[in-house]
Design a protein around this ligand. Structure first.
Ligand code: ADP
Length: 595
């Protein structure tokens, strides 16, 4: 686009041009009028002079010498050239020359006219006088209206022309001054017109750049001020509307970002138009530049793709449980609803995804727990019932055999009671932890560990396993010694249970950052990585038959976990199959005073 001239440079030169044109036109017209006025006045003056001379010359018309002298006398006195000519063109009197030396004048324009009875006027250069002269000739009538001759008076007009040129130069001078002032006034007027327009243009530039707080301030014509006011009002209204929209968007954004559910909206091309942080977290998408990407490409899950396609063509809300394989398997409760604009025209689809992986996981644990508890109770109960029926149906005379059956029944009862007791104490610990009423007291951790070692000694000796503990520091913490001893005892039990004959169990205790760590390291069979997250669940056993045959019900580690939780800590496991396991009890130092 060609560079546009500024308004000022459009207005100002035009103004100067118009002013100069007006002044030149007026000056030109004025000088013409002046010239005409002067010449007309001269003609009238010469006519008046000739009229007076006619009265003086008529009586002496035929007295050649007297007439000529009179011409010379009056001509000199009045600075006028006076010439008297007979009808045939003969000059009989002249104020400046000797008439006898003068040529025939009948061919002169003004004389011709005068001899015909009219007034003749002519302006021309006189070679005789070498001047431009104005001639006025009048007829001299006799008694019977007969033309007796012509009287011609003339004066040089160069004086008039000189005066006229003086007047013209003054007009030009005054015109130039007028143009100068017109230029100044024009500059002021052009600035007055262009400045408010420039200010309005500056304001509209600001508005266009989004600076809607800008206020256009102009002074000047009503229309310009009104225009500026209207633009200010328009910008302020727009600003208010944008602020409202922004705050509504922010509110919505805040609500969306605080939602646990993932919210994703897509357009009619399945491209993502909006999403919240939960969506990124839930679907483990690192790149938050999701906008504009195709949803199914961003998530890459066949189940999700199927649900999106279904939702895309559905006019009603849908809900489904879908499993998405991201890094791990994530189970989602997915809801979809059509997304319509304010005219109720569909513009896309919105999805709400609720991560129910943990819910499903907990539900599975609950189901497993119920099945396990039933199974664990059912086994001894069935055995007890079986032996009682055997005794009832086939009473034996051999008291030894009967005693053997009773012993089995008694062992099964013990097992039943043990399971029930463990479950009861688990619930109790859980309950007391929740209510925060577990009694904690400052106690030596070494003492607790030594007590647990002593209690495990018999079992350890039975498998020729050495428990090594070298306390190098007397550490104490706020603990429940009985419960913590039970937890450590359970860990020793397992370490011994899942180790071969011989071997070591190393126990160590030390401070680390804000925690006290108790490590129990065995050289047993180890635990496969996949089982580690589940071994603390109630009744969870890796190898059910092996565990049962070693007397385990899968409740030992559940108790440990709950006891450590009751101390505000947690337990972690590292294990290598075939090499051994390391169980670490983490107790927060807050519980410890002797640091
Ligand atoms: P259980 O009564 O079966 O021992 P636990 O809750 O104590 O139940 O342990 C759960 C499972 O964890 C056990 O069945 C066993 O497979 C595994 N486990 C626990 N401690 C160890 C260990 N020190 N070495 C190897 N496996 C272990």
């Amino acid at each position: 686009m060609a560079k546009q001239k500024r308004l000022f440079w459009n207005l100002y030169p035009t103004y100067i041009f118009i002013s100069a044109l007006c002044l030149i036109s007026v000056g030109f017209y004025f000088s013409i009028v002046m010239k005409k006025f002067f010449l007309d006045n001269t003609v009238k003056d010469l006519q008046a002079r000739s009229e007076i001379l006619l009265y003086q010359f008529k009586p002496i018309l035929f007295d050649g010498k007297i007439l000529d002298d009179k011409c010379k006398q009056i001509g000199k006195a009045s600075s006028t050239r006076i010439t008297v000519i007979l009808p045939l063109g003969k000059v009989i009197g002249d104020s400046d020359e000797n008439p006898d030396n003068m040529e025939d004048h009948s061919t002169r324009y003004e004389i011709k006219k005068a001899l015909k009875g009219d007034i003749g006027v002519s302006t021309r250069y006189s070679p005789t006088l070498k001047l431009t002269m104005m001639y006025v000739a009048k007829p001299i009538f006799g008694e019977d209206k007969k033309i007796l001759g012509a009287l011609r008076v003339s004066i040089p007009v160069s004086a008039i022309y000189e005066r006229l040129s003086l007047i013209q130069s003054r007009i030009i001078f005054i015109g130039l001054i007028a143009v100068f002032f017109a230029a100044i006034i024009g500059w002021i007027i052009a600035r007055r017109i262009s400045l408010p327009i420039e200010e309005i243009q500056k304001g509209s530039d600001n508005f266009a750049k989004g600076n809607l707080d800008y206020n256009i301030f102009v002074q000047g014509a009503y229309e310009v001020v009104s225009l500026a006011d209207s633009m200010n009002l328009m910008a302020s209204n727009l600003n208010d509307k944008i602020k409202t929209v922004k705050s509504q968007r922010n509110e919505l954004q805040t609500i969306l970002s605080t939602l646990v559910e993932a919210v994703i909206a897509i357009d009619m091309h399945e491209k993502i138009i909006s999403f919240n942080n939960s969506a990124l977290k839930m679907l483990q998408i690192k790149d938050n530049n999701l906008k504009g990407r195709i949803l199914v490409e961003a998530i890459r899950s066949s189940e999700m793709e199927r649900f999106v396609k279904k939702a895309f063509i559905s006019v009603i809300p849908l809900s489904e449980v879908i499993t998405v394989q991201i890094k791990d398997e994530v189970i989602l409760k997915a809801y979809s609803a059509p997304l319509n604009d304010d005219k109720d025209i569909r513009i896309g689809t919105v999805f709400f995804l609720y991560d129910i992986t943990r819910l499903v996981y907990l539900e599975n644990i609950r189901r497993d727990f119920t099945l396990n508890i039933l199974h664990e109770i059912k086994t001894p109960v069935t055995a007890i019932k079986g032996f009682i029926e055997t005794i009832q149906d086939n009473p034996s005379d051999d008291p030894q055999e009967t005693q053997k059956f009773f012993n089995i029944i008694s062992r099964q009862f013990d097992r039943l009671i043990e399971i029930v007791e463990v479950l009861v104490s688990l619930s109790k610990i859980e309950d007391e932890t929740e209510k925060n009423i577990i009694e904690l007291k400052e106690y030596s951790l070494n003492e607790v560990i030594i007590e647990a070692i002593n209690k495990s000694k018999e079992k350890a000796d039975g498998k020729d396993i050495k428990i090594e503990f070298n306390p190098d520091n007397e550490l104490s913490a706020k603990i429940n010694p009985k419960l913590l001893c039970r937890a450590i005892l359970n860990l020793f039990d397992n370490a011994i249970k899942y180790s071969k004959q011989g071997g070591y169990v190393d126990v160590s205790i030390y401070k680390h950052d804000s925690e006290i760590l108790i490590n129990l390291k065995d050289q047993g069979i180890g635990i496969e990585q996949e089982h580690i997250p589940r071994i603390f669940e109630r009744f969870y056993r890796i190898d059910k038959s092996r565990s049962r045959e070693r007397g385990g019900a899968g409740l030992g580690l559940a108790i440990v976990k709950h006891i450590i939780n009751a101390h505000g800590g947690y337990i972690s496991v590292e294990s290598n199959v075939g090499k051994g396991s390391l169980f670490t009890i983490h107790i927060p130092k807050l519980n410890s005073e002797n640091t």
